[in-house]
Design a protein around this ligand. Structure first.
Ligand code: SF4
Length: 336
């Protein structure tokens, strides 16, 4: 994104006096190819233009291969949170993530992770779980992250949308294997209080964490996330909908050169989409016993499976949210 466009984006975003906190997140592709000087320029602008008393939190999702001392110094000096995409030990990671030249990427990723840890950069790892992962014993996957002492979360690659033709994507047929896999991961997580698997932490806090404020349906559905592409196109919603906004959801894609990011929230095309997302969350709240732990799921997963947001159960939530909650409550019942 040109620096001009970065400035234009910030001017629009910061024009809202009600804005009191903001995360700036770089993701998709490999953001670090832009280099430290570019990042420094953007971060400086974000800080210079920010309203008084508001400091954005900077976050980047990277494959980790380009990380060096220079990057680490930059990250620590601006308190970045760095997420590294790593799918476990080499034996599984290199099955899923080869370099552009078709070479194993694990050695570079691991070097990057180790440097981030050594330099005390805040962050964690994101691990994509596919059919291939299920061939690796869960103990080995857990041990990999545990030995590195890093917080991690996982994403299940479900057979929906673009992943439909992927042979490694998980389907409903994988539910029994996934049940055993996550069951063992839960045992390991519970047996190691120093481990951190974000998905388990989040769900357990929601369902066992005592009295919590009722989630506000207006804030569910990821509609407070502004996604801006390098050409100035933008939309509000889940980042995973980016591809869909180039096709069936083109109506909710706007451009900074013509449109204002805040004013577009009252555009009828946006409000119709917002209504449909909220309707899906409402149906989940009214009909699903897993709502408390899941809070209505990821709208993108609903859309990629059904072409609509106002639906409830879908493959991804059956393979993860519903399954993990069932396993957790089953374990608690046994423990009692
Ligand atoms: S588990 Fe599925 S059906 Fe239930 S609340 Fe979550 S997304 Fe909705």
């Amino acid at each position: 994104m040109s620096i001009d466009l970065v400035e234009k984006t910030l001017d629009q975003v910061y024009s809202n006096n009600a804005l009191c906190s903001m995360d700036v997140l770089w993701l998709t592709g490999e953001p670090l190819v832009l280099g430290v000087p570019y990042f420094r320029q953007v971060v400086d602008l974000c800080l210079e233009k920010a309203p008084p008393n508001m400091r954005p939190q900077f976050i980047v999702q990277t494959n980790g291969t380009l990380i060096d001392e220079n990057w680490c110094d930059f990250f620590t000096s601006h308190d970045f949170i760095v997420g590294v995409s790593v799918d476990g030990p080499a034996i599984i990671h290199d099955k899923q993530r080869l370099s552009l030249l078709g070479k194993p990427s694990f050695p570079d990723v691991e070097r990057g992770i180790d440097l981030l840890i050594k330099k005390g950069v805040r962050g964690g790892a994101i691990c994509v779980i596919t059919k291939a992962t299920l061939s690796l014993p869960p103990d080995e996957l857990f041990r990999f992250f545990q030995e590195k002492n890093i917080a991690w979360s996982y994403l299940l690659e479900a057979s929906i949308g673009d992943n439909k033709s992927s042979p490694s994507a998980l389907t409903a047929d994988d539910l029994p294997s996934l049940d055993r896999y996550l069951d063992r991961l839960l045992d390991l997580w519970a047996a190691h209080p120093d481990s951190y698997i974000r998905d388990f932490e989040q769900i357990s806090r929601r369902i066992f964490g005592g009295a919590q404020p009722r989630p506000d349906a207006d804030n569910l559905g990821c509609l407070d996330i502004l996604n801006v592409s390098a050409n100035g196109d933008f939309y509000w919603g889940n980042p995973e909908l980016m591809t869909a906004t180039l096709g069936p959801l083109t109506d909710i894609r706007f451009n900074l050169e013509r449109d204002d990011v805040w004013r577009i929230r009252s555009n009828p095309k946006f409000t119709a989409y917002q209504h449909q997302v909220h309707e899906g969350v409402k149906q989940c709240r009214e009909q699903c016993t897993y709502f408390e732990g899941c809070q209505g799921g990821n709208p993108a997963h609903k859309f990629y499976e059904f072409g609509s947001f106002d639906v409830t159960a879908h493959t991804s939530c059956r393979l993860n949210d519903q399954l993990v909650q069932t396993l957790m409550t089953r374990k608690l019942t046994i423990a009692n």
